[in-house]
Design a protein around this ligand. Structure first.
Ligand code: GLA
Length: 386
C-alpha cells in the first residue's frame, strides 16, 4: 500500500499551551524533542512538536513580517526547526485568522500569504490557526480557505490545524477549506468535568471525522495533575485522577481526535507515560481507515454518561469502548446482534483488553464488563467463525 500522505491520520505530538501558555522558549522545545526520542514517544508515533500562542513580538517588523521574541527564541525559528528535524521529528507553529491571536500577538489577517512563506522558510510542518479577533464582516470559512491556499502553495508540506472551537457549525464546512483537522470544542481544562463535557458534546459529531478531516477535541491533559501555569486551565482546577486520565485518553483515541500531549513531558510520571504510550490504544486511533465511532443504540444502562462506542477497524476487527463517566460502578453489556452479528451466524468474538494488555477469552452473543466509576474498558474484538 502506498504510504499515506501527511494529515491522513490523526496527528500525534505535543503542544506547549496546556502546561506552559506564555512561558515558552527554544530550550523547552529542544528538551521536548530530546525526550520524544529518549523516552519512546517518537517510537510510539508522536511526531509534531508545536509552539502555541505567545511566540512572537507584539509588533511585526517594518516589512510586515512576524518576529520571534528574541528573549524566548534567541537562535531563531530556523535553528529550532533544524534541531527538531535532526531528531526525525516535525515542527509546528501557531497563528490566527484575525488581526491578533487570542493572547494579543499579531494574527495573520491580510498577511496570510506572507506568513505562510515565512513559515515555509523556517521549516514549519504544522500550523495551528485560531479564531480570535476575526473581522466580523468576513466569513470564517473564507479565512480558513485563504490560509489553506497559502499553505498549499508555499512550497512545503504544512499540516493545517484549524481551531475555531466548534463555532459556526464548523464540522459542516471545514473539510472543503483544505484543513486537515479542526477544533470542535471550547478549550479543555485539567479537570474531569471538562473531559466529560467535551466528550459528550462530540458524540453526535462522530460521523464528520475521517481521514484528512480529524475532529480535534483539544490537546490532552493526561499527566498535568493541576500543574499548568494557567489558573483557568489547571492549577485552580486541581487535575484528574489516573483513572480519569486513562478514560480521557481512551475517549480521544477512539473518537479519532488528534493526540497532542499537553503535559510537561520532562517530568511526566510513569503512569502518565503508560497512558500516553499505550500502543494498543494508539493503534485504534491510528487505524488507516479513520472511521468514526458509532454509539450503540440506547440500552437500559445507556445514558448521557454511560455508553458504548464502537469503531470498525481496517483489519475487520472492532474496537469497543465501554465508558462509564458516572459516579457509580456499572455493568455495560453489548449484544453482538447490535454489532451486526446475527445469532444464526454462530460467530463468536475473541476479546483483547487494551489496558490490561491481555486476552479476555472468547464470548458468544454478548459481553458485559463491569466498569468502575469514571473508568472504561477498551477491547479489540476479533471475529471467529464457528
Ligand atoms: C485559544 C485556543 C487555545 C490556545 C489559546 C492561545 O483559546 O483554543 O487552544 O491556542 O487560544 O491563546
Amino acid at each position: 500500500m502506498a504510504a499515506e500522505r501527511f494529515g491522513a491520520l490523526p496527528p500525534m505530538g505535543w503542544n506547549s499551551w496546556n502546561t506552559f501558555t506564555w512561558d515558552i522558549s527554544e530550550a523547552l522545545l529542544r528538551d521536548v524533542a530530546d525526550i520524544f526520542v529518549s523516552e519512546g514517544y517518537k517510537a510510539a508515533g508522536y511526531e509534531y512538536i508545536v509552539i502555541d500562542d505567545c511566540w512572537s513580538l507584539k509588533q511585526r517588523d517594518e516589512a510586515g513580517n512576524l518576529v520571534p521574541d528574541p528573549a524566548k527564541f534567541p537562535s531563531g525559528m530556523k535553528a529550532l526547526s533544524d534541531y527538531i528535524h535532526a531528531k526525525g521529528l516535525k515542527f509546528g507553529m501557531y497563528s490566527c485568522v484575525g488581526t491578533h491571536t487570542c493572547a494579543g500577538y499579531p494574527g495573520s489577517f491580510e498577511h496570510e500569504f506572507q506568513d505562510a512563506a515565512q513559515f515555509a522558510e523556517w521549516g514549519v510542518d504544522f500550523l495551528k490557526y485560531d479564531y480570535c479577533y476575526k473581522p466580523k464582516q468576513i466569513n470564517g470559512a473564507l479565512l480558513y480557505k485563504r490560509m489553506s491556499l497559502a499553505l498549499k502553495n508555499c512550497g512545503r508540506d504544512i499540516l493545517f490545524s484549524a481551531c475555531n472551537w466548534g463555532a459556526d457549525d464548523v464540522f459542516l464546512w471545514i473539510h472543503e477549506t483544505g484543513a486537515h483537522m479542526y477544533r470542535s470544542t471550547l478549550d479543555i481544562q485539567d479537570n474531569w468535568e471538562s473531559v466529560k463535557r467535551l466528550a459528550i458534546s462530540q458524540l453526535d459529531k462522530a460521523c464528520y471525522t475521517g481521514a484528512y478531516r480529524h475532529n480535534d477535541m483539544d490537546m490532552l491533559i493526561v499527566g498535568i495533575y493541576g500543574g499548568s501555569n494557567n489558573g483557568w486551565i489547571g492549577h485552580i482546577q486541581g487535575g484528574c485522577t489516573d483513572t480519569e486520565y486513562k478514560t480521557h485518553f481512551s475517549l480521544w483515541a477512539l473518537m479519532g481526535s488528534p493526540l497532542m500531549i499537553g503535559c510537561d513531558v520532562r517530568n511526566a510520571n510513569q503512569t502518565a507515560k503508560n497512558i500516553l504510550l499505550n500502543r494498543d490504544i494508539l493503534a485504534i486511533n491510528q487505524d488507516i481507515e479513520c472511521r468514526g465511532v458509532y454509539r450503540l443504540e440506547p440500552d437500559w444502562f445507556n445514558t448521557e454518561e454511560v455508553f458504548i462506542l464502537v469503531k470498525t477497524l481496517s483489519t475487520g476487527e472492532l474496537a469497543i469502548g465501554f465508558f462509564n463517566l458516572s459516579d457509580e460502578q456499572k455493568a455495560l453489556s453489548v449484544s453482538f446482534w447490535d454489532l451486526g452479528l446475527p445469532y444464526s451466524s454462530g460467530i463468536s468474538l475473541s476479546l483483547y483488553d487494551c489496558w490490561a494488555h491481555e486476552d479476555m477469552g472468547t464470548y458468544q452473543q454478548q459481553a458485559a464488563p463491569i466498569v468502575p466509576a469514571h473508568d472504561c474498558v477498551v477491547v479489540r474484538a476479533k471475529l471467529n467463525k464457528s
